[in-house]
Design a protein around this ligand. Structure first.
Ligand SMILES: C[S@@+](CC[C@H](N)C(=O)[O-])C[C@H]1O[C@@H](n2cnc3c(N)ncnc32)[C@H](O)[C@@H]1O
Length: 333
């Protein structure tokens, strides 16, 4: 398919798929990147497996754990009720979309956008049905990039993402693209990694140059070649950088919440991470790990005593909305 990021919505393809899928053009460089090529291999490796094996290999949780962990996430959003039309960016097997459709009957549809074609073709339909059940049809699977969304501007009520926005190569552009698709006052719920603001360029480089272990590559069906975090599409972003890029896109941060695994072992490990990076680098004490966020130690100490069912992935959630000034502008239009 020709690369034309400015064209209209895109054609339905379905010949070799389990369900009908919308396909948008993806820039050649992104399509050919190791991050996309390798995840295609992963999809082919697991395509004939049972749904829980697919989930465990893409989101590191089976269905039971997905239900438990997302209920913690929905509690963190307090009374926020998803409704109307949504978008999920970097959906992977679309677990977040499936859980939102499952739990919120007011949701009409979610476009689940994922750039890796075979993840969408082979894994998404299985995972979505496994979690969303008879609400699976509300999810529209899209092969495409979140940087070129062929969706109408100002038409969506919410956008969700989990662990994906930090894969953006364009931290200024992607949030703007999302804001353009949302209705005035529409919400972005992002659940992602955010480093402490003390992260230095030197430590960022060190983290991005970390290579994946052979065992991890084998498990994922990746080739044995050297693969760094940078080549796998990772970016290391501080909380300040997130805030700056979101605010530049016209979002206002409504709330921040923490989703973090807690245990005494993790607490002690975080104590070690309070030692400044240059010292840890010299002593080779977890130099590729960043110190915890402000207040994180207290939070973790209290959580260690109480949170038996804490989530297993460590994320910061941001609940953000397009600026009220935009709402004003549109409501008077
Ligand atoms: C760490 S995974 C998270 C997947 C999913 N949200 C989850 O929690 O399992 C990041 C996902 O973003 C996808 N991705 C990266 N760049 C993308 C882009 N430009 N457009 C759409 N998806 C992208 C990757 O292929 C990958 O599936």
């Amino acid at each position: 398919m020709a690369h034309d990021p400015l064209g209209s919505e895109g054609a339905m393809s379905g010949a070799e798929t389990l369900t009908s899928i919308i396909e948008w053009p993806v820039p050649d460089a992104l399509r050919a990147s190791p991050a996309v090529a390798n995840r295609n291999l992963l999809a082919r490796k697991y395509r004939t497996c049972d749904p829980d094996t697919i989930l465990k290999n893409y989101v590191y949780m089976d269905r039971k754990k997905v239900l438990e962990e997302f209920s913690i996430l929905f509690e963190s959003l307090r009374s926020f009720a998803f409704r109307g039309r949504g978008i999920e960016i970097g959906a992977g097997v679309a677990v977040f979309s499936a859980m939102v459709c499952r739990e919120f009957p007011g949701v009409e549809s979610i476009h689940a956008i994922e750039v890796v074609p075979d993840v969408v073709r082979f894994l998404q339909p299985v995972a979505i049905r496994h979690i969303a059940g008879d609400r699976a049809a509300k999810i529209v699977s899209v092969i495409g990039s979140f940087d070129h969304m062929r969706l109408g501007d100002g038409q969506y009520d919410f956008c969700i993402e989990i662990g994906s926005l930090h894969h953006s190569d364009q931290l200024v552009h992607t949030p703007k693209e999302i804001a353009a698709k949302l209705k005035p006052g529409g919400h972005l719920i992002m659940v992602d990694r955010a480093h402490h603001n003390s992260l230095t360029e030197r430590q960022r480089e060190l983290i991005l140059n970390v290579e994946y272990r052979d065992e991890w590559k084998r498990q994922n069906g990746y080739p044995p070649d050297r693969l760094t975090r940078r080549e796998n599409g990772e970016h290391e972003i501080t909380l300040r950088e997130w805030y700056e890029s979101l605010e530049a896109a016209g979002f206002e941060i409504e709330r921040r919440f923490e989703l973090r695994a807690v245990s005494l072992k993790k607490f002690l490990r975080n104590c070690l991470l309070m030692v400044p990076f240059p010292v840890r680098e010299r002593l080779n004490w977890l130099p590729s790990r960043v110190r915890p966020q402000e207040g994180g130690m207290w939070w973790m100490l209290l959580g260690t005593c109480s949170a038996a069912d804490a989530p297993s992935r460590c994320f910061i959630g941001l609940f953000v909305t397009t600026r009220p000034s935009w709402r004003e502008k549109f409501s008077h239009a």
